[in-house]
Design a protein around this ligand. Structure first.
Ligand code: BTN
Length: 245
């Protein structure tokens, strides 16, 4: 198991992990915290970590295949949470893990990957894979407007946050090994077979742009391919997807 540096309260575990990486912390070192005062999500959103039940962890990745890291990270977190939940989770492109609840699929986990130049060698980069998981349900429940769920709600049982972290890191090691031995296609195949976005009518949003279409496939780089009518395709590499009913 890699080194785990645990803090009571930080701005964002991604910031602290980047600080440690700049000082030379090893590949797959993990930073966790009970509380984040400035937890952040993708596309400039805020990420709330519930102290009783939220897991906030950031993993330092050195020499990663940067293009496929978002897919690999989703595969790793999905494998871990799907196993713990009893097969009740799916992936939503690009990086969300959704859990099945009585009222539909809701967000269980989100991933934010950030890239930095390595001060020890300006030709190299390191990556911080920040993972937020709603593990246990706070006594007052999650705010309705978050459209979120917890591993406890999805599986019917509470979990120790440390056990969830260990499972994610075990899958991280296995995922990197799989990619090393079998190549990127093994990662893309797993992602494809667990991605709830594929086959759906969706809206793609990025900044001011919006495109509607049917999500038909992923390409080798993990971009989402939309059929947008008239035989035209749109390739989504950034931004967000909304599943239409
Ligand atoms: C998203 O769904 O938009 C991504 C959420 C990522 C949240 C995690 S919690 C640990 C790490 N620290 C942060 O500030 N963000 C990530």
């Amino acid at each position: 198991m890699a080194d785990v540096l645990h803090f009571k309260s930080v701005t964002s575990t991604n910031d602290v992990a980047a600080e440690h990486a700049r000082k030379g912390a090893a590949h797959l070192t993990v930073v966790t915290a009970d509380q984040q005062t400035k937890g952040r999500g993708r596309l400039g959103r805020i990420w709330q970590t519930f102290p009783e039940g939220g897991l906030a962890m950031s993993v330092i990745v050195r020499n990663g295949n940067s293009a496929l890291l978002p897919l690999l990270a989703s595969v790793v977190v999905h494998k871990a949470l799907n196993g713990l939940s009893g097969n009740h989770t799916v992936i939503k492109w690009p990086n969300d893990i959704l859990g099945a609840t009585n009222t539909g699929l809701k967000k269980l986990s989100g991933i934010l990957i950030e890239s930095y130049t390595d001060p020890a060698d300006s030709q190299k980069r390191f990556y911080i894979v920040g993972i937020g998981v709603n593990v246990n349900t706070p006594p007052e429940g999650l705010p309705d407007d978050l459209a979120a769920t917890t591993l406890q709600d999805v599986s019917g049982q509470p979990f120790a946050k440390e056990a969830v972290l260990e499972e994610i890191m075990a899958e991280f090691h296995k995922g990197l090994d799989l990619q090393h031995q079998k190549g990127d296609s093994a990662v893309v195949e797993y992602y494809r077979s667990h991605c709830a976005t594929l086959g759906q009518n969706v809206r793609w949003i990025d900044g001011g742009q919006e495109v509607k279409g049917k999500a038909v496939d992923l390409n080798a780089e993990g971009n989402l391919i939309l059929e947008i009518g008239g035989g035209d395709k749109h390739i989504c590499s950034t931004g967000d997807i909304i599943h239409e009913m």
